[in-house]
Design a protein around this ligand. Structure first.
Ligand code: BGC
Length: 758
């Protein structure tokens, strides 16, 4: 039913409609006519339902909820099935709390490791971000709670996030920054999409018609509602016209008045307002169950503290998720897993006071918190030293001395270091990748005191492992693990669980090596995405720049082999075998390299992956589909995806830098378009009809040297029309228009192709 013929719509006054497209409060939408109010609150790694109204920066109190590992952690699981279960659990808690929409997932690409909010994002790769985000949305929405896919789009830094213009060419947007959104929208239809604060190529995301309407709705078929990030609307009327249905938070009297005035003066077509209101009503209907289950609204409790009987089960799930989120980076001498019959020095305040999540709007009040100190202490004899304080004013020297003494007395040391809370947050970016100086000094001293030192890292964004990497035999990257991180660390350290996390982002040697280094965070409110599509491993692998640990890397307590690759232009299959003596899980990664052509393409790009759990000695055949997009690039001339013909390399790999097997598949070139006088000389020469004729006419100029070049190569890129303007050339090619007509005749062309193939 169109909004114009909808009886419910005609019962609403202009003032009611204008009020509906702006929030009623911090987290609630307006109720008007038969349209009820619903609540939207943060996530996404747990529910943050504020107690008492305001505050979107995580500073106030919220209802206790299960705190799962934030995106940076759980992305390292590379396990969509896990993400789906976590999404469903959060959906369950939201349902119990009367929350209709959970504000997540955040699928922005980690363009630079400095982005202060990287802990809330999944990966530097759009496939990993899209697959994991889609699974989370699927899980959440299976409970009848809506997702809010954010922050759409090109919100890849916190510096000046409300005003900065991300200057990104369209190919880069299409290939890197939009595909995760596209995958989730086209596959899962999230109930809402949240536009970002920033401008995209000069236009605020909230006012970007190309983004919010042409791409999101017309191309991808989005059916839900577009909501603003909290405070992202600059001017309400242009935003409404661009496709921004709901402004949050509210009320904003100036916005409501502006909409009324614009309709009254005829500047705004009321139908545009009606469309936005209709989408709000649809969202409310979905959330309150009017259309679906009818009575679900009544089963919701809208107040109170979570008393869910599932709290314990969800904590267990959080523990499982945390164990899968850790990435074992180094394990010289197989020090891990540890035997319980030894003395363990647990050093570092993080073991006693864990940092379970990042700062800002996503902060959850956990239902409980497991500490590593306690969990490890339940399994082995432990001596603890804090090693540092979070307060930088405290002199570290005596704390380090105490830690060294503990390290000397212990068989093995578990040394907890990382980034304290204030070092990374929503709202600002980091300026360097280093650990705090006190932590660096502690690592040096403890590693000297005990050669069996296991560094356990806590950090949301990538940290540098220099200069200390080689001085310790073991490094376990735990990111931020949520409320059950402490017990999960014990599970991994003592081998109850074999680590199976893989890096969803590269760890560079130096900040200067990162592809966005010269263009981050921009200047004068403009950030130029100068590295184009060469983000993360796409850059390191293409320019052959060593990194400390590549994208996709992670160790296990067992080992895996990939054999018997079979590949075609539709997919690949490979056998994965657990060749060690413990159960474990491996992430099989499939990369595709495009043939060398006109487009500068990354050395390899991840096009499929699967996580496979195997018993010792067990094998599995894993099959991957590769669709046309796996072989396509965005062509700015035709504004469409194109699939160049040629030889593509399919590589199955353990990481972006460790290829186990490869195969070449050939894709036929798509039929070139019809020849015109604007076609290039090269197009004429490769055409089955005109090619042989022109080559003969050119005589010696068409002959190739031993090096494979000919004199014609000099003019190959020249449009025919230009060549004909040269003195004497035009008259000698007077028959060309006739030849072009002939060449474009399908029958003539078909016959000529047959001769060409011979
Ligand atoms: C953040 C969003 C969040 C919203 C509501 C904004 O500052 O960018 O991610 O959902 O606040 O708290």
């Amino acid at each position: 039913m169109s909004p114009q013929t909808d009886p419910q719509m005609s019962q609403l006054t202009l003032a009611e409609k204008a009020s509906l497209v702006v929030g009623a409060a911090f987290w609630e939408t307006v109720s008007a006519g038969s349209i009820r109010s619903i609540m939207m609150t943060d996530g996404p790694h747990g529910l943050r339902k504020p107690i008492g109204g305001g505050d979107h920066l995580g500073l106030g109190d919220s209802v206790p909820a299960t705190c799962f590992p934030p995106a940076a952690g759980i992305a390292s699981s590379w396990n969509p099935a896990l993400l789906e279960r976590v999404g469903a659990a959060i959906g369950q808690e939201a349902l119990e709390q009367g929350v209709a929409v959970v504000l997540g997932p955040g699928v922005n690409i980690k363009r630079s490791p400095l982005c202060g909010r990287n802990f809330e994002y999944f990966s530097e790769d759009p496939l990993v971000s899209g697959e994991l985000g889609a699974a989370w949305v699927r899980g959440l929405q299976s409970r009848g709670v809506g997702a809010s896919l954010k922050h759409f789009a090109a919100n890849n830094q916190e510096t000046n996030r409300m005003t900065v213009s991300a200057e990104v060419d369209e190919r880069t947007l299409r290939e890197i920054y939009l595909p995760a959104f596209e995958r989730i929208v086209t596959r899962e239809q999230p109930w809402t999409v949240m536009c970002s604060y920033n401008r995209v190529n000069g236009v605020y995301a909230s006012e970007n018609h190309w983004l919010l309407t042409e791409v999101l709705r017309e191309e991808w078929g989005f059916e839900g509602l577009v909501v603003s990030d909290w405070g992202a609307v600059d001017e309400r009327v242009p935003a409404l016209v661009a496709g921004l249905d709901l402004e949050m938070p509210g009320p904003q009297k100036d916005s409501t008045d502006a909409v009324i005035d614009a309709v009254t003066s005829g500047e705004l077509d009321e139908a545009v307002l009606d469309t936005a209101v209709a989408r709000i009503r649809e969202l409310v209907d979905r959330a309150t169950g009017d259309r679906a289950t009818g009575d679900r609204a009544e089963s919701r409790s809208s107040v109170g503290v979570s008393t869910s009987s599932t709290t314990g089960l969800h904590h267990q799930l959080a523990r499982e998720a945390a164990a899968e989120s850790m990435v074992l980076l180094r394990n010289e001498g197989g020090i891990l897993p540890l035997a319980t019959a030894q003395s363990i020095g647990v050093i570092g305040e993080f073991a006693r006071t864990p940092r379970i999540q990042g700062a800002g709007s996503s902060q959850v009040i956990p239902t409980r918190v497991d500490t590593a100190l306690e969990s490890i202490g339940q399994l082995a004899p432990v001596e603890f030293a804090p090693g540092y304080r979070f307060d930088p004013r405290v002199d570290p020297a005596p704390l380090i001395a105490e830690a060294v003494a503990v390290a000397r007395r212990s068989d093995t040391v578990l040394l907890f270091v990382g980034l304290p809370d204030g070092d990374e947050s929503e709202g600002y970016d980091r300026t360097h990748l280093g650990l705090p100086p006190a932590h660096l000094a502690l690592i040096e001293a403890v590693a000297q005191a005990n050669p069996r030192t296991v560094v356990v890292l806590t950090n949301g964004g990538v940290v540098s492992l220099e200069p200390w990497h080689d001085s310790v035999p073991v490094i376990l990257e735990t990111w931020l693990l949520g409320q059950a991180g402490g017990s999960a660390i014990a599970d991994v350290v003592f081998g109850r669980v074999s680590p199976s996390g893989r890096l969803a982002e590269s760890i560079p040697f130096r900040l200067q090596d990162t592809p966005s280094y010269l263009n981050f965070p921009g200047e004068n409110d403009v950030v130029r995405y100068g590295e184009g599509v060469f983000v993360g491993y796409r850059y390191y692998e293409t320019v052959d720049l060593p990194v400390r640990y590549p994208f996709g890397f992670g160790l296990s307590y067992t080992s895996f082999e990939l054999t018997d690759l079979a590949a075609s232009s539709r997919g690949a299959a490979v056998t994965v075998t657990n060749t060690g003596d413990r159960a474990g899980a491996h992430v099989v990664q499939v990369y595709v390299s495009a043939p060398k052509g006109e487009l500068a393409s990354p050395r390899r790009e991840l096009r499929a992956f699967a996580k496979v759990a195997l018993e010792p000695g067990e094998s599995a055949r894993v099959e991957f589909d590769l669709d046309d997009r796996a072989f396509s690039h965005w062509d700015t001339r035709t504004s469409s995806w194109v699939m160049p013909g040629g030889d593509y390399l399919i590589e199955v790999a353990h990481s972006a830098h460790d290829v186990a097997a490869s195969a070449t598949v050939t894709r036929r070139s798509p039929r070139p378009g019809p020849l015109t006088l604007d076609s290039r000389i090269a197009d004429f020469l490769s055409h089955p009809v005109t090619g042989p004729i022109l080559a003969r006419a050119a005589g010696g100029a068409a002959e190739r040297t031993e090096g494979g070049t000919s004199q014609l190569d000099m003019v190959a890129s020249m449009p025919m029309r230009r060549l004909m303007r040269f003195p004497g050339v035009g008259s000698s090619l007077s028959q060309l228009p006739l030849l072009i007509r002939l060449a474009n005749n399908p029958v003539v062309r078909g016959v000529a192709s047959l001769f060409q193939r011979r």
